[in-house]
Write a protein of this length. Structure first.
Length: 369
C-alpha cells in the first residue's frame, strides 16, 4: 500500500475545566507544558489520548460516535485548530509525508485561556502555510463560521490570494465558478453576507470555499448538522459527487451512520476519546467486533434496522474517563472483571482493528447483508 496522504500519530489533547481548577490547590495555571512530560497545570485534564489514524489519497474516512465522545476535538486537534480551553499536548501530524504539526521551530504555547469569538483557531500563519492549498475545511453551522462583516465571495477567495499569484480578477472568476459548482447563484451569493443566507446556502458556500483550492483532502465536521432533511440530502449528494469527481480524500466526522454507509470507505468508531474499532465500512457495519459498535447499529435509525434498541446508560465526560480500564465497561452487557481492571489496546482484527478483550468470543449482530 502506498504511504498515506494524511497521518495522525499518538495525538493527545487536554481540556480546561473550571470546576477542577476551583477544587485544585495547584498553582500551575499559565505555565508552559513540555509535551513529553504530560504534566498538566491546575484545571487541565487529558481528553484525547494516543489517537492515531491514516487517510489514503482519494479515500473517505468517517469518524463516528455519540456526541461528547471527542470526535470534533480530535479533528480540530489534528489540524491545530483548537481554541479556548483546549490544547494539543502530544503527537505528530503528517501531510504527504511532511510533518505539519508540531512545526519545527514554533513557539511553545502557554496555558493561559484564549478568549475567542470563533470556535476555530486559524491564527497560526506558520501552520496555514504548511497546509497551504492541500486541505479544505467544511464545518458545521456554517453561518457562524463566516466573518459577518465581509462578503462571502471575498472570504471564499482568501486562500487563493494567500497561496497563489492570481490577480484579483482571476480570483473572482474562480470564486464564481466554485459557487456554480455547488449550485448557488454566482453573483447574488458572491456579494452576500452570511446573515443574508439560509443555513443550506451558507453550507454550500463553505463547500465552495473549501473546494476552490482544489484540495487533496476535505475535512468535514458534521456538515449536515442543523439542516432540514431535504436540504441535508441534497448537500450530501453534492459532497459525494464532488468528492468522487475530484478523487479527493475526506475525513468526515458525524454521528449519522446512514450518511457514513453511503459515502465512507473506512470508518473509525470513537468512544470516550479513543478509537475502539476501525475498518472498511461494509465490514464494520455487517460484522462489528466491538460491543459499542454493535450498540450504535441498533440504536440509530439505519436501513435494515427494524427495531431500535438504545445503549443503556450515559457516556462519561472526557475528563472523567478512567485511564486504566475500558471506558465502555459500565454500559457494556459483555463486560467482565478484566474490562474494569485493564485498558484494552487497539489491535488487528479481521480486516480492521478493535480494542476489546472479548472480541474473539463474541458473535455480535451487525446490519443485514
Amino acid at each position: 500500500m502506498s504511504p498515506p496522504l494524511f497521518e495522525v500519530r499518538n495525538l493527545a489533547v487536554a481540556v480546561y475545566d473550571e470546576d477542577l481548577a476551583a477544587r485544585s490547590t495547584s498553582k500551575g495555571s499559565g505555565l508552559v507544558l513540555e509535551s513529553e512530560e504530560r504534566e498538566l497545570p491546575a484545571g487541565w485534564r487529558p481528553a484525547i489520548s494516543d489517537l492515531s489514524f491514516t487517510v489514503q489519497a482519494g479515500e473517505v474516512l468517517a469518524i463516528v460516535g455519540e456526541s461528547g465522545g471527542g470526535k470534533t476535538l480530535s479533528l480540530l486537534g489534528s489540524f491545530d485548530l483548537l481554541g479556548g480551553g483546549a490544547r494539543v499536548i502530544g503527537g505528530e501530524v503528517f501531510l504527504d509525508g511532511d510533518r505539519i504539526y508540531p512545526l519545527p521551530g514554533t513557539r511553545k504555547r502557554t496555558w493561559r485561556l484564549r478568549r475567542k469569538t470563533s470556535r476555530y483557531n486559524f491564527d497560526d500563519s506558520d501552520w496555514r502555510q504548511a497546509v497551504g492549498m492541500d486541505v479544505g475545511f467544511l464545518f458545521q453551522n456554517a453561518i457562524t463560521a463566516w466573518e459577518p462583516t465581509s462578503y462571502i465571495g471575498d472570504q471564499a477567495g482568501e486562500a487563493l490570494g494567500e497561496h497563489t499569484e492570481l490577480t484579483q480578477e482571476e480570483i473572482e472568476e474562480r470564486v464564481f465558478d466554485a459557487l456554480g459548482d455547488v449550485k448557488l447563484p454566482k453573483t447574488h451569493n458572491f456579494f452576500s453576507f452570511a446573515h443574508q443566507m439560509s443555513r443550506g446556502e451558507a453550507q454550500r458556500a463553505m463547500l465552495a470555499a473549501a473546494l476552490i483550492k482544489s484540495p487533496r483532502l476535505l475535512v468535514a465536521d458534521e456538515p449536515l448538522s442543523g439542516l432540514d432533511v431535504s436540504v441535508a440530502a441534497a448537500i450530501l449528494d453534492l459532497i459525494r459527487d464532488l468528492q468522487r469527481k475530484r478523487n479527493m480524500a475526506m475525513i468526515l466526522v458525524t454521528h449519522d451512520l446512514a450518511m457514513v454507509a453511503s459515502i465512507a470507505d473506512r470508518v473509525a468508531i470513537m468512544y470516550a476519546g479513543r478509537i475502539v474499532e476501525s475498518g472498511p465500512s461494509n465490514d464494520v457495519f455487517h460484522d462489528p467486533q466491538h460491543p459499542y459498535t454493535a450498540g450504535l447499529l441498533t440504536s440509530i435509525p439505519m436501513p435494515g434496522v427494524d427495531r431500535l434498541q438504545p445503549i443503556e446508560g450515559d457516556a462519561p465526560r472526557l475528563i472523567e474517563v478512567p485511564p486504566d480500564e475500558c471506558a465502555f465497561a459500565p454500559r457494556c452487557p459483555y463486560a467482565v472483571a478484566t474490562c474494569r481492571e485493564s485498558l484494552p489496546e487497539l489491535e488487528p482484527a479481521g480486516s480492521g482493528a478493535v480494542a476489546c478483550f472479548r472480541h474473539t468470543e463474541l458473535n455480535l449482530r451487525g446490519l443485514p447483508s
